[in-house]
Design a protein around this ligand. Structure first.
Ligand code: ATP
Length: 409
């Protein structure tokens, strides 16, 4: 990429000693004009070369930066487990390797036990991660005011009454419990088939009591953040205490609280630690103020009995599949906003959909709406519901995803 310019010829001056003064003057003038000309050309060339140099400098800077980045090795993530005179014990995420490492005075002032830090190949602490970098926060769903209301839940009157008694009353009327001298139930466990309204109930109670709704799935606790489950549980309870009044909803609790097996794999040990942390948080829960815990599971049979002891999840509420009446009500709820033809008959739809969960009934109504849209109609007819029903049953039979999976939730 040679861009060296060719220099203009240098003008020469040949003065004929024989020539007259006028001729010499003219020759000198001509020479001067050529010199000025060449000077201009050289100026232009100099300008171009300067531009080129600036470009090259930029290129060098870029390459130098790239080089630096390539030379800096990636850092590992770890949690500070302990701090003592000997240094810091850090546990590397992913492989759970624990090491004692030296910490500089400057770093020691910045870190606390429990902090997430970056470490290099020799386990020396490089930096402390701030809350924003902390991916764990993303694992929790925090909703200051969920929009679900009790009227949005079809059926489940008795179950809802029990949940309200155990969760809402202690939040709204704590004096009543103090006056009678009983402790409100610590935690409520909702169990039943998927898509029957467990999450909805927890959200509705949070909404009606003006509590913050905080959700975490048990599977996230053990899968996504290997080695950090127990820390995550602590964070979850801390967050709830900060946000009080709050409803802490732990979905898929079976993922952390499945009955102990004999297997001794490290994954199981991790699940155990997470569960122990959960139990200890629940045991020390009284001082935490207005926070109620609701857990949910589809696998009640798998739960460890330790989690069901008094003072923990001691209020068990079964959330069943909706019966005929509940199905009618759920279809009615989910078609409230729809433009329905006169002939749409909730009762016969409910009779037809025995075995459907609330979530499947919701998808039936959405799917029926889609059929009307496809047909360019604004009104949803009974035939649309029938087509939707066929589609859902077919999908369920061939094992493909229910149609609502792509747009519900
Ligand atoms: P999972 O066990 O899969 O977490 P879940 O029991 O928590 O399920 P929800 O998340 O509460 O179920 O329900 C999913 C959706 O199904 C809700 O958003 C709601 O639209 C609908 N649904 C389920 N049950 C009912 C119900 N009883 N009344 C009205 N809608 C319902």
């Amino acid at each position: 990429m040679s861009r060296s310019p060719t220099l203009p010829d240098r003008p020469t001056l040949d003065l004929d000693p024989e020539s007259s003064p006028e001729e010499r003057l003219a020759a000198l003038r001509e020479h001067l004009r050529r010199l000025v000309d060449v000077n201009e050309q050289l100026d232009d060339q100099l300008e171009a070369v300067r531009d080129h140099r600036a470009d090259l400098r930029e290129e060098v800077d870029d390459l130098q930066r790239e080089n630096e980045t390539l030379k800096t090795a990636s850092l590992y993530l770890a949690t500070v487990e302990d701090l003592s005179e000997d240094g810091a014990v850090v546990k590397q995420h992913g492989n759970n390797q624990e090491v004692l490492t030296d910490v500089s005075e400057r770093m020691r002032e910045r870190i606390e036990v429990g902090d997430r830090v970056t470490i290099n190949d020799s386990f020396s602490i490089q930096d402390v991660l701030d809350a924003e970098t902390d991916a764990r926060a993303q694992a929790m769903e925090v909703d200051q005011s969920p929009s679900v209301e009790y009227e949005d839940i079809g059926g489940l009157e008795e179950e809802l009454r029990e949940v309200r008694e155990a969760v809402e009353d202690p939040l709204v009327n704590p004096e009543q419990f103090a006056a009678v001298g009983v402790e409100p139930p610590s935690g409520v466990l909702l169990h039943g088939p998927p898509g029957t309204g467990k999450t909805m109930m927890a959200k509705a109670v949070a909404n009606e009591t003006d509590a913050t709704f905080i959700k975490m799935a048990g599977s996230e606790l053990v899968q996504k953040f290997i080695g950090e489950g127990s820390r995550l549980v602590r964070d979850l309870f801390d967050l709830a205490a900060q946000e009080e009044p709050a409803i802490l909803f732990i979905d898929e609790i079976d993922a952390v609280a499945a009955e102990r097996t004999d297997s001794k794999t490290s994954g199981d040990a991790e699940v155990q630690r997470t569960m122990m942390q959960l139990l200890s948080e629940m045991d020390g829960f009284d001082e935490r103020g207005d926070v109620r815990i609701i857990a949910a599971t589809n696998r009640f049979d798998m739960l460890d009995s330790a989690i069901l002891r008094p003072g923990r999840f001691d209020r068990l509420i079964e959330v069943p599949e909706p019966d005929q009446e509940a199905r009618e009500r759920i279809i009615e709820i989910h078609t409230r906003e729809m433009n329905l033809a006169e002939a749409v008959d909730y009762e016969s739809l409910a009779a037809k959909t025995e075995g459907f969960s609330g979530a499947e009934l919701e998808s039936l109504t959405t799917e029926a709406g889609m059929f009307a849209i496809r047909d360019d109609r604004a009104e949803v007819t009974m035939a649309d519901f029938e087509a939707a029903y066929e589609k859902i049953v077919e999908n369920a039979e061939d094992g493909s995803l229910p149609p609502y999976a792509s747009y519900v939730r």
